[in-house]
Design a protein around this ligand. Structure first.
Ligand SMILES: Cc1cc2nc3c(=O)[nH]c(=O)nc-3n(C[C@H](O)[C@H](O)[C@H](O)COP(=O)(O)OP(=O)(O)OC[C@H]3O[C@@H](n4cnc5c(N)ncnc54)[C@H](O)[C@@H]3O)c2cc1C
Length: 339
């Protein structure tokens, strides 16, 4: 990719964020109608029915042409209407059968990238096992957004205020990516996010599946808490916590935490993994003191920006409060109490 093209992409990302911040600040209704009704530039449309067909379609498109995939369109269409993205080829993944649905068997939950938010919310087998996913998705946008928005689109968008991304970080999800050259990569979700609206996806790479590990040998509980100004708003702060406890008591009277995941929304330039807090949790039984220390470590690790939702210090304090609440709720959901 040429330097000029990279600069253009970076510039678009910066402008996009400014517009996003302005939209949130003004409320969407106050957004100037002229901007929202801008003409979308002409593009060619393709709708492959399978991944094989998608590969053939991509091969037939000249290298210099800009390609964009469309999933739910919840984020892409507004950016196209604003003229921030003007692909010459729009590839619609809504007919691509290999990307749909989910399976829950063996050692993992596997969700196709074109599964909608609402597919997950309606799947009681999933929400019973992973209550943090229900907490998280039920607070994303409104019903229309949840009916259209997809699991893959939400992650591929790379928004630091994307709720699902940090919830998936807490859950230790792994993403499968079909590279343009045909190889299949598996990437831990926290390594997928490279920076502000930037991921490890190349322009013609497709996110195909999200895999969430299961471990029936452990007790688990999880939660996702979000501070928002109004229902459906993006997060002022968001905290996802997933905890795995030993099932059998080994020596002590309390069950120790054997695995911990913390994901943080609107905490920096990308969805963040609360590594310091996770480290403190592993090996100890849940307690008021431990969770106090962990939530302080979580707050220290964040680097939120000051905006109309609050200044940096306020947000850090909210990370502390929400992390502690999410830790307690996750423990309770595993059927345990604080020692
Ligand atoms: C009114 C409104 C409120 C919202 N509120 C929230 C909220 O509270 N919390 C929150 O987290 N989000 C919120 N969102 C964003 C929403 O979650 C979007 O649905 C999501 O960010 C994008 O998913 P999508 O399927 O619509 O993707 P699209 O908009 O279709 O695509 C987004 C980007 O991902 C790329 N892409 C999509 N699928 C793939 C794939 N399989 N492989 C490679 N690239 C792909 C596209 O090319 C595009 O660049 C809101 C959106 C709206 C419109």
């Amino acid at each position: 990719m040429t330097r000029a093209r990279l600069d253009r992409i970076e510039f678009s990302k910066v402008i996009l964020n400014r517009i996003k911040v302005a939209m949130r600040d003004m409320s969407v209704r106050a957004f100037p109608a002229s901007m929202g009704s801008a003409e979308i530039a002409d593009f060619q449309y393709r709708a492959p029915a399978s991944l094989n067909e998608l590969r053939r379609v991509l091969r037939s498109i000249p290298r210099r042409s800009e390609v964009k995939f469309i999933a739910g369109g919840m984020s892409l269409i507004p950016t196209m209407k604003l003229g921030l993205v003007s692909p010459s080829f729009l590839i619609d993944l809504n007919q691509t059968k290999d990307l749909k649905g989910w399976t829950l068997e063996g050692r993992s939950l596997r969700v196709g990238s074109m599964a909608r938010y609402s597919d997950i919310l309606e799947a009681k087998r999933i929400t019973r096992l992973f209550p943090e996913l229900e907490d998280c998705i039920s607070q994303i946008g409104d019903m229309q957004v949840r009916n259209r928005g997809t699991i893959g689109g939400a992650l591929a968008h790379g928004d630091p205020s994307g709720d699902l991304s940090s919830c998936m970080i807490a859950l230790g999800a792994v993403l499968k990516i079909k590279r343009e050259k045909g190889s299949l990569d598996k990437i831990p979700v926290e390594e997928f996010f490279k920076g502000f609206f930037s991921t490890s996806l190349g322009a013609r790479d497709v996110l195909t599946e999200v895999e969430v590990p299961l471990d029936s040998k452990l007790l688990r509980g999880g939660s996702y808490l979000k501070l928002e100004r109004t229902a459906g708003d993006f997060a002022t702060v968001g905290v996802g916590v997933s905890l795995w406890f030993e099932k059998r008591l080994t020596g002590t009277n309390a069950r120790r935490i054997v695995r911990a995941g913390i994901g943080l929304t609107s905490a920096g330039d990308r969805p963040l993994k609360g590594r310091r807090g996770e480290k403190l949790l592993v090996g100890s039984p849940p307690s008021e003191e431990l969770f106090g220390n962990v939530s302080s470590a979580v707050a220290e690790e964040t680097d939120p920006s000051s905006d109309v939702r609050g200044d940096k210090e306020f947000k850090k304090q909210m990370f502390r409060v929400f992390a502690k609440r999410a830790l307690i709720r996750s423990t309770e959901r595993a059927g345990l109490r604080l020692g």
